[in-house]
Every structure is written in C-alpha cells, then in structure tokens.
Design a protein around this ligand. Structure first.
Ligand SMILES: NC(=O)c1ccc[n+]([C@@H]2O[C@H](COP(=O)([O-])OP(=O)(O)OC[C@H]3O[C@@H](n4cnc5c(N)ncnc54)[C@H](OP(=O)(O)O)[C@@H]3O)[C@@H](O)[C@H]2O)c1
Length: 321
C-alpha cells in the first residue's frame, strides 16, 4: 500500500500535469522536487558524456550538472567563445570538458567531431542530444534539408550512428531533449519535413520534437539492453533560445524555469541509467517521472502505425543522413 505522503505527492503531480501551465513552469519543478524529496543523482566518476548544444542555456546547465557528478565531458556547439565559457563553468564545478566546434547540420563537421572524440576517448558512456532551435522562417541546411528537421532529427541520428561503435558496450545511455510542444502534433513522416510554402516555425518545431520522441524509442527498441534511450522535456526554461524564438513566453518572467531546473531530469536520467542498478523505464520524461506521450486528441497513432513508425523514421533518417 502507498503511504499517505506518497499518495499526496502523486496527487499533486497529477494536478500539475493536467494543468500543463503548472507542470511546465517552475511551479512544477518546485512542487515536485520538494514533495518528492529529490535526491542528488548517482555519481558519474569515470564516465564520459558528449553533450550537444552545450554552448548555451539548457545544454550548458546539463554539462555543468554532469560535471558536478564527476563525469568527463565532450561539449559541442557552433560558437567557440560560448563553448569556452561552458568549459570554464565545467572547470569551476570541478570537472573537465573538451570542446569541439561543429555545426551539426553539416555532415563533414559531424564526421570531424566524431573523429576528434574517437581519437581521444577510449569509449563514451553517453550522448545527450540537446542542440536545437525554433526557426521562425523557412531555412535549409547546406544539403537542402529543411533546417528544423535537419537540426533535431537528422543531426542526432547521424551523430549516434557514427558514435555507436564507440559507446561502452555493457551499459551506455542516450538522452534526447525534446519539448512539451510535441504534444500538439501527431507523428506523420510524410509531413515531417515542411516545404517553404507551408512552413510555420512552431508547427515544424513540434513535429520535429515529436519525431525525436519516436526516434528515441526506436533507439531503445534496436539497442537495448546495452544502450538505454530516453527522451525528456525540460519545461519552459529561460534561455536565449526561448527569448529569441518565443518572445511572448518571456512575459512569464519568474515563472520560467532556470536552465539548471530544465537540465535536472536529463542529468538525473544519465546518472540513473549508468548507476549500475535497474535503469529507469524507457519513454518520455519530465520532472523525474515518465510521462504520457499523447494528451491531445488526434495525436495518438493507430495500433498498426505505432508498430511501424519507429522503423519508418529510422529508415528515413538512414536514407537522409
Ligand atoms: N528553453 C525552453 O523552454 C525549451 C523548452 C523545450 C525544449 N527545449 C529544447 O532544449 C534544447 C536547448 O534549448 P535552449 O532553450 O537551451 O536554447 P539555446 O540557449 O538557444 O541553446 C541551443 C543550443 O543548441 C545549439 N545548436 C543549435 N543549432 C545547432 C547546430 N546546427 N549545430 C550545433 N549546435 C547547434 C546552440 O549552439 P550555438 O549557439 O553554439 O550555435 C546552443 O548551444 C533545444 O533542443 C530546445 O528545443 C527548450
């Protein structure tokens, strides 16, 4: 039987979850972390993790959070100066970060990134796919792929494929930073890559973030138990990315989460997955709990579709990457 405290914690969590606003803002983080009496995640001494999009916002906080637990880091982003700032923050937290400047939508730069990591690290224990952005207007990657899908779907696929032989065979982890925005869109491969005439930034972003959740599940299906793969959403977090793309959200001011709060579940998942005991259940995580993947009518796939969507996305990524 559950204790009264546990029942109250679950009830508070469910009320927040249903409200969305309460769940995604820092209210959700504050209530859940206090009522759930969250503890420090397990130590990561001797583990090596690659964090993409580590030059800013949530990615920087993930890198620092992992370093505080003892992990060694590889950090990547396009802006060298800001990556160097992250490396300094990691050092202040007592850790070490090696940085590689790379634009993840440029295949040759991903190849160079992987060669650097493989040349220096005996094996990687995990990858956090965090790099991402919402583009208000239609743009293309150098290979002609629409930029939202190139950044969030094809880039993590390419990075993972190239690094897969170098992940520590016994136990490693992939965490993909998706978004609660994905709840608004159904997964539909035929509508994933938008063309210029129909492009709407928020829709393209939500579809790509939904596809990340499907891809993370497909990695789990194909690679477990050696690799544990999760997707997570950080809530609404006060970062440059949010201020640039969703200026209206900035009006939430103090209700927005800090980057550390947005990073918490991602850091926790890495720690728990590599800790040596039972790994957290695969799925879509927020505030240290596995969450439903479908809340909005019309977004849940049919039974047959659900069986094949991961495979078809994987094949599509393989053909594009
Ligand atoms: N903030 C939120 O409320 C929120 C909510 C839900 C989900 N998310 C997700 O959380 C992740 C981090 O977002 P954030 O809010 O922290 O944004 P941010 O501060 O703008 O950080 C985005 C990071 O992604 C990197 N990046 C973007 N495109 C890249 C590319 N082509 N190649 C390499 N690196 C690239 C950026 O690197 P450079 O700056 O060096 O180019 C930067 O380090 C994203 O995936 C975002 O979709 C954020």
């Amino acid at each position: 039987m559950q204790s009264t405290g546990r029942l109250l914690t679950n009830a508070a969590d469910a009320v927040l979850e249903a409200s969305i606003f309460g769940s995604f803002t820092r209210i959700g983080f504050d209530v859940r972390s206090r009522s759930g009496k969250w503890r420090e995640p397990p130590r990561l001494d001797g583990k090596t993790i690659l964090v993409t999009g580590a030059s800013s916002g949530i990615g920087r906080a993930i890198a620092v959070g992992l370093a505080k637990l003892g992990a060694e880091l590889w950090i990547t982003g396009r802006n060298e100066q800001r990556l160097a700032e992250t490396a300094r923050s990691v050092k202040s937290a007592g850790g070490r970060a090696r940085l590689v400047v790379a634009d993840l939508v440029v295949a040759s730069q991903v190849k160079d990134l992987v060669e650097r990591v493989v040349a220096d690290a005996s094996a990687l224990d995990g990858i956090v796919h965090n790099a991402g952005a919402l583009f208000g207007d239609y743009r293309e990657a150098p290979d002609g792929t629409e930029l939202t899908v190139a950044t969030h779907v094809i880039a993590p696929f390419r990075v993972t494929e190239l690094l897969l032989p170098h992940l520590r065979p016994a136990r490693s982890v992939l965490v993909t930073v998706s978004s609660g925005g994905m709840y608004t869109e159904r997964f539909d491969l035929a509508r994933l890559e938008m063309d210029a005439s129909e492009y709407r930034g928020a829709v393209a972003y939500a579809r790509a973030k939904r596809a990340q959740v499907v891809l993370a599940s497909e990695w789990q299906r194909r690679l477990s138990p050696a690799v544990s793969s999760y997707s997570a959403h950080p809530g609404w977090v006060n970062t440059e990315g949010l201020q640039g793309a969703l200026a209206g959200m900035s009006r939430l001011g103090p209700l927005l989460r800090s980057p550390d709060q947005g990073a918490d579940t991602i850091v926790w998942l890495v720690g728990e997955a590599l800790a040596g005991g039972d790994v957290p259940q695969p799925g879509f995580w927020h505030d240290r709990r596995r969450r439903g993947e479908y809340y909005r009518p019309g977004t849940r796939p049919g039974r047959l579709e659900a069986l094949s969507e991961g495979d078809s996305l994987w094949e599509w990524c393989a053909s594009r990457a």
